[in-house]
Design a protein around this ligand. Structure first.
Ligand SMILES: Nc1nc2c(c(=O)[nH]1)N[C@H]1C(S)=C(S)[C@@H](COP(=O)(O)O)O[C@H]1N2
Ligand SMILES: [Mo]
Length: 322
């Protein structure tokens, strides 16, 4: 096994929090028993099916206390992943056409360790954990999701960015033959999908690199095998299926800035006081909802993570830097 996974034996019972409410204890026990039964099969990577248990029994922290976890069914069927179409159900229908094994990541720019790395090598030595975060799309819908991954800082530190690196840029896989949205002539996105963070945002402990959700590997439609989650920013910053990570001194131009500069800025912090030019950001539709239970709730400053991240933006005009 190439990734360091803590077995249930080395986790103090105090670390196994009761917040993993979506998995009741009995279900958990039966799943780990099943995983135990297959552990004699040869397996060489975290993502081999015999290692399904690698995503369970992890230390878990709930960053959305008191809120209901969105059902897996909703989180894995109501998606934005324009590489597979613009409809919310397109990713669940078509993202299986993307090959995610094997997967490699190019690391370049201002780093002492440029190269093309197998996913297994990128992840080597990193310890998985679970975090429950609120997730807020710029289209004013939201969910609460238990992600599995680790702080992005742990991964970036492995690549020793040089002190002159001020930004990190991410690129999604660009493989039109497996992505019908990329092949489409009506797309407004300049492929590949590009996102970026200021280095201090990237190194913030809440910024997460994600490989799983709900105690399982990420489904392709949610950005397998490697995606970003920045819980205080609008969902489009959380780029999926990452194939390149670059360090730079200058601010990268992101796909959404290019597509609509007056509507989508570089920072894209969740902010109920700054409306999108075409709609309000004061409230959000918490999924799943229906005509009869609209589930409208107030949007929180920095998506509820103000205490942890506001200092990153001290002195900045958040209306200008939207
Ligand atoms: N490569 C890529 N990443 C992407 C997108 C996309 O179209 N392509 N959509 C973004 C948007 S707008 C949102 S809201 C989230 C949706 O993540 P989810 O489907 O896991 O909820 O992914 C983000 N990451
Ligand atoms: Mo979004």
């Amino acid at each position: 096994m190439l990734i360091k996974i803590r077995s249930s034996l080395d986790i103090a019972s105090s670390e196994i929090t009761s917040e993993s409410a979506y998995l009741n204890r009995r279900k958990f026990l039966s799943l780990s028993a099943a995983a135990g039964a297959t552990s004699l099969l040869p397996s060489s990577s975290l993502f081999a099916s015999a290692d399904a248990s690698a995503f369970q029994n992890l230390p878990s922290v709930n960053y959305a206390p008191g809120e209901k976890i969105t059902p897996y069914e909703t989180a894995s069927t109501y998606n934005n992943f324009y590489e597979f179409g613009t409809g919310k159900s397109d990713p669940a229908k078509y993202a299986h056409e993307m090959t995610t094994k094997p997967w490699s990541v190019v690391v370049n720019g201002l780093t002492d360790k440029p190269g093309t790395y197998n996913l297994e090598d990128v992840l080597k030595g990193l310890e998985l954990e679970e975090r429950v975060y609120r997730f807020r799309c710029v289209e004013a819908w939201s969910m609460v999701i238990p992600w599995v991954g680790f702080s992005l800082s742990a991964l970036l530190n492995k690549f020793q960015p040089s002190p002159s690196a001020k930004y990190v840029r991410f690129e999604t896989l660009n493989r039109p033959e497996e992505m019908r949205g990329v092949r489409s002539f009506t797309s407004s996105i300049d492929w590949p999908y590009v996102e970026g963070l200021r280095m201090d945002e990237a190194m913030h402990p809440l910024t997460m690199m994600v490989v799983g959700m709900y105690g399982k590997e990420l489904p392709n439609q949610n950005g397998a095998p490697l995606r970003l989650i920045v819980p205080w920013k609008y969902g489009f910053k959380s780029i999926k299926s990452i194939a390149r990570i670059s360090f730079s001194e200058t601010r990268p131009r992101t796909s959404w800035e290019k597509a609509g500069p007056s509507e989508y800025g570089f920072y894209s912090n969740v902010n109920p006081n700054v409306d999108h030019p075409r709609w309000s950001q004061k409230t959000e539709r918490r999924l799943p909802n229906s005509l009869f239970s609209p589930n409208r709730i107030d949007t929180l400053m920095f998506n509820g993570y103000e205490e942890q991240v506001a200092s990153l933006y001290a002195g900045m005009d958040l209306k200008k830097n939207y």
